[in-house]
Design a protein around this ligand. Sequence first.
Ligand code: 5GP
Ligand code: ZN
Length: 138
Amino acid sequence: MDCIFCKILNGEIPSYKLYEDDNVLAFLDITQGTKGHTLIIPKNHVKNVYELDKKTAEDIFRVVPNIANALKKAFNPIGLNIVNNNDKPLQSVFHFHIHLIPRYEEDGAIISTINNYGKFDNEYFNELTLKIKENLNK
Ligand code: 5GP
Ligand code: ZN
């Protein structure tokens, strides 16, 4: 399969490995958007969050606090973003991954959620709640 992250897993492409266990690999993102920018991937090829099974989700997120704390101790960032992109055009590598992005004063732009506080009424919130809940697996 022509997947960059599968090639990293099987050693065809080199990487700076930070942590590895039976199910998961963490390594430095090649772009180093900020100092310590890290990716965590499952060893089985899963395209994105829509294909993620519960066991793989658990395996991945289980290692996040350890790596986040290591980044904090190593580089003393002012904060840390956890980012996961799904589908084009947000996602560029189609092997599920979580970005850990330590943030520093000098970054300039703080990544935050979009803030539309106060723009919507109760009816809108109720409509959204119903629509999402009817699509959840019971
Ligand atoms: P996405 O946009 O899919 O969420 O992010 C994919 C990430 O993979 C990007 O941040 C990119 O820098 C990283 N990446 C792509 N190719 C390689 C590679 O060969 N090695 C490493 N270490 N990171 C890569
Ligand atoms: Zn893959």
